[in-house]
Design a protein around this ligand. Structure first.
Ligand SMILES: Nc1ncnc2c1ncn2[C@@H]1O[C@H](COP(=O)(O)OP(=O)(O)OP(=O)(O)O)[C@@H](O)[C@H]1O
Ligand SMILES: Nc1ccn([C@@H]2O[C@H](COP(=O)(O)O)[C@@H](O)[C@H]2O)c(=O)n1
Length: 679
């Protein structure tokens, strides 16, 4: 996940490949609650790992459930409380997870009333602006004691009761269905706790919105042994004697709302025989948002589907604007607004009043951000109408702590498909952690870009000037990839030493360089390097390796052999490359070139300190002599000598801290970006 203040997406021209979706948020949190209320152990496979499920899991642990990784199956094992509270007081923090707040509020209200207890539920500031009054209004007439601790009708809530209380269940429980279907879902998930002695009837006031989400609830209740009888969408009966029974093992299907971004991506950018395959959700999905596929097809997407998969290609192009009542797909419908950027004629999405009370006011947020990239937008109380930009603008997109804003708007980076070529900045990209922590990584793995559009920052300079340190910090700050080109020459030198190849045998060295079996670690292995399967991380940094690299790198054939490998590091979203000839030879079109220097005395002192800290003894005078000899060889060789590119910015960091150097380079970078000062 990109935990950085902003992520710049270069103009992206195409897409192809396979994406495996993370588990559905709606299914994950329902399954977790049901497993937590049931008796026995439930193995949950393919559970979504995200902010919203993390808060639900924390809540279940606090309530006395056991949550552990099952080593045999790799699934998450939840041992539930079997409907009996082992813990009678807890304060639960539920972030911005509506799928945790609403059902837990109902379940704990019921349990506190029957078994005694006091529970406080709170969340982030936005959660305290998301309505829950209709659920409270449904529970109070049953005899539940609910204190609204902030604004009436909104969390935080306190749910309390003394053991032995009873619930008034003789009459039908009434709940409003026209603001959020989660209130009905919450009651249906919670009320089996009180169904030992009689049927429980829930009746919906008003037209129930988002019915497919209620279908998910009914489907999962059935998997846990509770067969709710439904009469239309107005009346639901939980049969007397209902008890949560664990199914033992349950698989969470991929998130259909998350699939929508990739369906849209295929429709926009999978061209010329390319296909975008989506795995984890398909024709057998129980999620309502799977019907987004129909809307995408109406706009022009070419979609094939089977159990657990979808394949998408561009069909009609440009896409075609549509008018749709999206009440049945409120979350995925946001993606249609992004597809509208590539459509002929306006796209009007109606029946979406619920957008106004989601993670943010999504109608207002969508309108503001789509306008920022150049679209024309009309918004109303319960609709949005979007027309494609006439002129695309390089925009810094606000994301409002709303994962779907970030994912939808990322699709605007594919503007080269309609002849534009503008980059896009996504502010606070880590908001995707709510449902799809690795969304941007997945997007970049599928996206194709013209290499010329992928930004490169080069950092060249003499030995021990701090290039590697600076480059790594800049790459981390921007979420870009990193090329330590010196490591390629060092690895060639090490391979030569292993194979007994002379540093003077240019042809043999070039052959070694060409077949270099080198692997750089990522994720937990970031920073580690393997040559021919052997970990050379420490060997790479030895002074002897540096000196050997300096000798082998002077040969033109060796440099030529490593050229293509270095170019292959230029991948979305961008690259920071450090070495000696990054700005002059390898990436002459780099968007920012830095030539980093420091006095020889300072550099020798830094290297000395570096070696001492690793427990390697060294003489300062010898180190200075070695690095000066290396610099001289690097500067005076015939090919790709060490020198600043004509358009490089010089940075002497002799008297600067690492932080100061990083701040300077980031400030230069910001000036070169087209997003303006506020971004
Ligand atoms: N601005 C700075 N101020 C103080 N120390 C620094 C600064 N920049 C880097 N250093 C330190 O100097 C040492 C050498 O830095 P680094 O390895 O990044 O240099 P390099 O130019 O990449 O070296 P090489 O050319 O050998 O790969 C490190 O210990 C690093 O922490
Ligand atoms: N682009 C580059 C990078 C490095 N070299 C040579 O490799 C030696 C080791 O580099 P480090 O940055 O890891 O110290 C260096 O002294 C250069 O001779 C190069 O030629 N071009």
């Amino acid at each position: 996940m990109y935990r950085i203040p902003f992520l710049d997406l270069p103009p992206l021209a195409g897409a192809a490949g396979t994406v495996r979706l993370p588990g559905s948020k709606s299914i994950s949190n329902r399954v977790l609650l049901l497993a937590g209320l049931a008796e026995g152990r439930t193995l949950v496979h393919e559970l979504l790992a995200s902010d919203d499920t993390a808060v639900m899991l924390d809540a279940l642990r606090a309530l006395g459930c056991t949550v552990e990784q099952d080593s045999a199956s790799g699934a998450l094992a939840v041992t539930g409380i079997g409907g009996r509270l082992p813990v009678h007081a807890a304060r639960l923090y539920l972030g911005n997870a509506g799928t945790a707040m609403r059902p837990l509020a109902a379940a704990l209200a019921v349990l506190a009333t029957l078994q005694g207890g006091e529970f406080e539920l709170s969340g982030v500031a936005r959660m305290h602006e998301r309505p829950i009054g209709d659920l409270v209004a449904a529970l109070r007439p049953l005899g539940c004691t609910i204190d609204e601790l902030g604004t009436p009708g909104y969390p935080p809530l306190r749910l309390r009761g003394t053991a032995g209380g009873r619930l008034a269940l003789e009459r039908a429980i009434r709940v409003r269905g026209d603001v959020s279907s989660q209130f009905l879902t919450a009651l249906l998930l919670a009320l089996p706790l009180a169904a030992d002695a009689q049927d429980i009837v829930v009746e919906v006031d008003g037209e129930l919105i988002s019915k497919p989400y209620v279908e998910i609830t009914l489907n999962l209740l059935a998997r846990f042994g509770i067969a709710v009888r439904r009469e239309g969408w107005q009346r639901f009966t939980i049969p007397q004697g209902s008890r949560y029974r664990t199914p033992g093992t349950i698989h969470v299907e991929g998130d259909a709302s998350s699939a929508s971004y990739f369906v849209a991506l295929g429709a926009i950018a999978a061209t010329g025989g390319d296909v975008l395959r989506i795995e984890g959700v398909g024709s057998d999905s129980i999620q309502g948002d799977i019907r987004f596929v129909e809307a995408a097809q109406a706009m022009g997407a070419d979609v094939r589907t089977g159990p657990g998969w979808l394949e998408v290609r561009r069909g009609r192009w440009p896409l075609q604007g549509i008018t749709l009542d999206a009440n049945h797909i409120p979350d995925a419908a946001m993606t249609l607004a992004a597809m509208a950027l590539y459509a002929e004629g306006p796209t009007r999405i109606e029946g979406i009043a619920s957008w106004r009370v989601k993670e943010t006011d999504r109608i207002a947020a969508m309108a503001a951000e789509l306008r920022r990239v150049g679209a024309s937008v009309v918004e109303g109380a319960d609709f949005i109408e979007v027309s494609a930009p006439e002129t695309w603008l390089p925009a810094a997109i606000r994301t409002y702590d709303d994962h779907r804003m970030a994912m939808c708007l990322s699709l605007a980076a594919f503007n080269p498909t309609v002849g534009a070529r503008v980059p896009l900045r996504i502010l606070e990209p880590h908001c995707v952690a709510k449902t799809f922590p690795d969304y941007f990584e997945a997007l970049f793995a599928l996206a194709k870009a013209d290499p010329a559009d992928i930004p490169v920052i080069t950092v060249d300079g003499p030995t021990a000037s701090g290039k590697g340190t600076l480059a790594a910090e800049i790459a981390a700050a921007l979420g870009y990839g990193l090329l330590d080109s010196g490591a390629l020459y060092r690895a060639t030198g090490i391979a030569a030493m292993w194979d007994g190849v002379s540093p003077d045998d240019e042809a043999a060295l070039a052959t070694l360089a060409e077949g270099l079996d080198l692997r750089f670690g990522d994720g937990a292995d970031a920073g580690r390097t393997w040559l021919r399967g052997r970990d050379i991380t420490d060997e790479l940094r030895l002074e002897t390796s540096g000196l050997m690299a300096s000798r082998v790198s002077a040969w033109p054939a060796v440099r030529a052999a490593l050229h293509a490998l270095q170019l292959s590091f230029r991948r979305a979203p961008g690259l920071v490359a450090d070495g000696r000839d990054m700005g002059t030879v390898i990436f002459p079109d780099a968007a920012l070139k830095v030539f980093l220097t420091a006095s020889a005395q300072e550099r020798a002192a830094r290297r000395h300190k570096q070696l001492i800290s690793k427990g390697i003894s060294a003489s300062l005078a010898d180190l200075r002599a070695d690095l000066e000899a290396r610099d001289l060889r690097d500067r005076s060789r015939s090919v790709s000598p060490l020198k600043p590119a004509e358009d490089a910015l010089m940075l002497d960091n002799s008297a600067l801290s690492i932080e100061d150097s990083v701040a300077q380079v980031l400030a230069w970078w910001q000036q070169r970006r087209p997003f303006g000062h506020s971004a």
